[in-house]
Design a protein around this ligand. Structure first.
Ligand SMILES: *[C@@H]1O[C@H](CO)[C@@H](O)[C@H](O)[C@H]1NC(C)=O
Ligand SMILES: *[C@@H]1O[C@H](CO)[C@@H](O)[C@H](O)[C@H]1NC(C)=O
Ligand SMILES: *[C@@H]1O[C@H](CO)[C@@H](O)[C@H](O)[C@H]1NC(C)=O
Ligand SMILES: *[C@@H]1O[C@H](CO)[C@@H](O)[C@H](O)[C@H]1NC(C)=O
Length: 649
């Protein structure tokens, strides 16, 4: 049946895929910012569309000369944007200017911002940012201008700011709520830098060192408890000694207390922005279907059933050896979610396909077309077939709805759905192929694992990214999506070992549309049961391990628990079932901490050599223990987990 169907699809794709490439990572990172903006009264971000290949044409965005679509500047001043700064901004590794003054941004400055090594200007003045300045800001080697004035920032001044090697323009920290003394390190700030510390709650004597001696009094005005030259207020003896903040203040990675604290002002996006995205996606989908139906309607129905048992040997094709003829069956659908997806259905079905995995969701193939890059195709296992055609239409609609929802989840750390195919006897999801296995194979070995153990820095950046991806899934829709099957094997790695959370939405797709609403919300225990692997049960939160095994619905708190187990895998290097004394990993680690056993007994032996990482490892342990709290109410939200991990730096 392929011939006619393929002709139809080919025409369809010719219409759709105007050779536009998919939005690049920088674009996705900026979409994360757009998503974090809850109010955009001036429609300043309306030109930020995910249909573009790169963000270079978006309002306020400038790109690096010489192409590549890398972002060099984001300048959005005075737009009254409300929302928060997502850590995804740290992916803009070519960014030189981040200028967002005079908006209504709240929440904390993401710790991950210290990854922006090319940043020269950081201007966040006149917002509602709160919390401490991340000490990692001191690592921004290129930063020459830093303006954080007129916010709600508090805590002490991190001495590391004074060590910014390229600081030359402005260091404006005025009109915040900073407390404590002025660190003597600030004497090392070049005289040419305009220092402004006005309007804070700084206290004690101004250290008489370096450039601080040469500052005019205005730099220190409106700090009632500050004294000494150049102010006219004399210090009253010994008791008013300046308090020197600890050097690692704010960088303290063991800040376990932070874990449980939900971030401020992290509301889900307002309806208008989301509605625009949703409506756009729906319109695109409808156009596609309409075109498909128009063309398909002219063809005849001639389906020959074919079993799908050819995937045993090395390479097969998805179409099998027999010619698939006919097509145009009512209810058949091939949709490119992504304009950039140029592969045709026939190409897909005929290309060599290699089995790379099997799971509850069906079999996953790596499909290598004649030209172009490999894709991963997930052939969904059939739920239960053979009921009346009456429900067929409804099943297709339900599939479309869920597949479209998966397709809308666009984030640098979420596996990207490129296209999907639906026929009553065949359901395919087509993703980017990620060639470097999963966190599971990287930690515990496997066919794609490298022989050397994963270094700590790589493990940390993998779990940080995965946390962001999962936080995005939890928050990207008012439906409050649940992944339902988080485990280390679902965190796929690309060539640069960046993590991509996969398997999102499968629970609902596999459950099928014609089942009851209750069973569509597949529980975590059900995920474990279907996968067949015993280890999968170790990821299931205690409250979801219902006596029947399948009764409980999957929850976001359940995802957080499972992610905590993944964190424990990363720090211990053990499988989730591999605790000692007959315990599961989570219970064993919890007990070891309670008994205050030495860290060396629980940490992956291959990490013990990395002495410098000890603090970070400990901090991740604490985050993991917070995630796996037996009481779901005590577990943090995923966004808070992601932020805590970003703070481990
Ligand atoms: C900010 O925008 C408002 C109105 O949009 C305008 O009146 C005001 O002058 C602008 N301020 C600055 C500093 O650009
Ligand atoms: C700083 O501000 C945050 C949020 O506004 C608040 O939770 C925290 O207690 C404050 N810290 C200090 C030391 O004032
Ligand atoms: C620092 O920021 C404040 C408020 O945003 C502004 O009034 C002041 O002029 C700035 N100081 C310098 C030295 O630029
Ligand atoms: C996986 O990642 C490693 C380390 O970055 C790299 O050397 C290797 O080539 C990657 N493997 C594949 C198949 O891309």
């Amino acid at each position: 049946m392929a011939a006619v169907r393929v002709a139809a699809v080919a025409v369809l794709l010719a219409v759709v895929a105007v050779a536009a490439a998919a939005l690049n990572t920088d674009g996705l990172a900026l979409l994360a910012l757009k998503f974090a903006v809850t109010d955009d009264p001036g429609s300043g971000l309306d030109t930020w569309r995910d249909a573009d290949a790169d963000p270079c044409s978006w309002a306020g965005v400038t790109c690096v000369d010489g192409g590549g679509g890398r972002v060099a500047g984001v300048e959005l001043a005075n737009l009254s944007l409300a929302g928060y700064l997502p850590s995804e901004l740290s992916l803009l590794s070519e960014l030189e200017t981040l200028s967002l003054p005079a908006n209504r941004l709240s929440g904390q400055i993401p710790v991950a911002i210290s990854a922006l090594q090319k940043l020269t200007t950081l201007d966040l003045a006149h917002n509602f940012l709160s919390g401490q300045i991340p000490a990692g800001i001191g690592r921004l080697a290129s930063l020459s201008r830093l303006d954080l004035s007129s916010n709600q920032l508090n805590g002490t001044l991190p001495p590391s700011i004074a060590g910014l090697p390229s600081l030359s323009g402005v260091l404006n920290l005025s009109y915040n709520h900073f407390v404590g003394g002025i660190p003597p390190e600030f004497g090392g700030i070049p005289v040419a830098v305009s220092l402004d510390l006005r309007g804070n709650d700084l206290a004690g004597e101004i250290p008489q060192v370096g450039s601080l001696v040469n500052q005019g009094p205005t730099a220190f005005d409106d700090n009632p408890r500050l004294c000494g030259f150049p102010l006219k207020i004399e210090c009253a003896g010994e008791r008013e000694e300046p308090r020197i903040p600890q050097s690692n203040n704010g960088m303290n990675p063991g800040a376990a207390a932070e874990v449980g604290r939900p971030p401020k002002h992290r509301s889900s996006p307002t309806v208008p922005i989301l509605a625009v995205i949703v409506v756009a996606a729906i319109v695109a989908g409808l156009v596609l279907q309409w075109q498909c139906r128009r063309r398909c309607a002219a063809t005849t129905r001639n389906e020959d059933k074919e079993s799908s048992t050819k995937e045993k040997s090395a390479a097969v094709t998805l179409a099998g050896t027999e010619e698939r003829r006919g097509g145009g069956e009512e209810g058949e659908l091939f949709v490119a979610v992504d304009d950039g997806f140029g592969m045709e259905l026939e190409e897909l079905l005929r290309a060599s396909a290699y089995v790379v995995g099997k799971s509850r969701g069906g079999i996953v193939y790596r499909v290598v077309p004649g030209r172009g890059t490999a894709v991963a195709v997930r052939r969904l296992s059939e739920p239960d077939d053979g009921d009346g055609t009456e429900s067929g239409w409804r099943r297709r609609r339900a599939f479309e709805t869920e597949a479209a929802a998966i397709g809308r989840a666009r984030h640098p750390n979420v596996a990207r759905l490129r296209a999907y195919y639906y026929a009553p006897d065949e359901k395919l999801l087509i993703y980017d192929y990620l060639g470097n296995g999963s966190l599971h194979s990287a930690l515990h070995g496997g066919p794609t694992a490298s022989p050397t153990p994963l270094p700590w820095s790589v493990r940390l950046s993998i779990v940080q990214g995965a946390a962001r991806g999962l936080a995005y899934l939890h928050e990207c829709s008012p439906r409050r999506y649940v992944h339902g099957c988080i485990k280390s094997s679902k965190i796929l790695l690309d060539d640069e070992l960046r993590p991509h959370v996969s398997g999102f939405g499968l629970a609902r797709l596999v459950a099928g549309a014609h089942k009851t609403a209750q069973s569509r919300k597949l529980g975590g225990a059900a995920c474990a049961l279907r996968s067949g692997a015993l280890s999968a049960l170790s990821y299931v939160a205690p409250e979801l391990r219902a006596p029947g095994g399948t009764a409980a619905a999957a929850t976001q708190k359940g995802d957080v628990f499972a992610f905590g187990v993944v964190l424990l895998e990363a720090v211990t290097g053990r499988q989730p079932t591999e605790g000692e004394g007959g315990l599961e990993l989570e219970a064993w680690v919890r007990r070891a901490f309670k008994e205050e056993r030495p860290l060396s007994e629980v940490v992956d032996p291959s990490l013990l050599g990395e002495v410098h990482a000890k603090k970070q490892v400990l901090a991740v342990f604490h985050v993991a223990l917070g995630c796996t709290e037996p009481d779901p109410e005590l577990r943090p939200r995923m966004r808070a987990v992601a932020e805590s991990l970003d703070r481990v730096n």
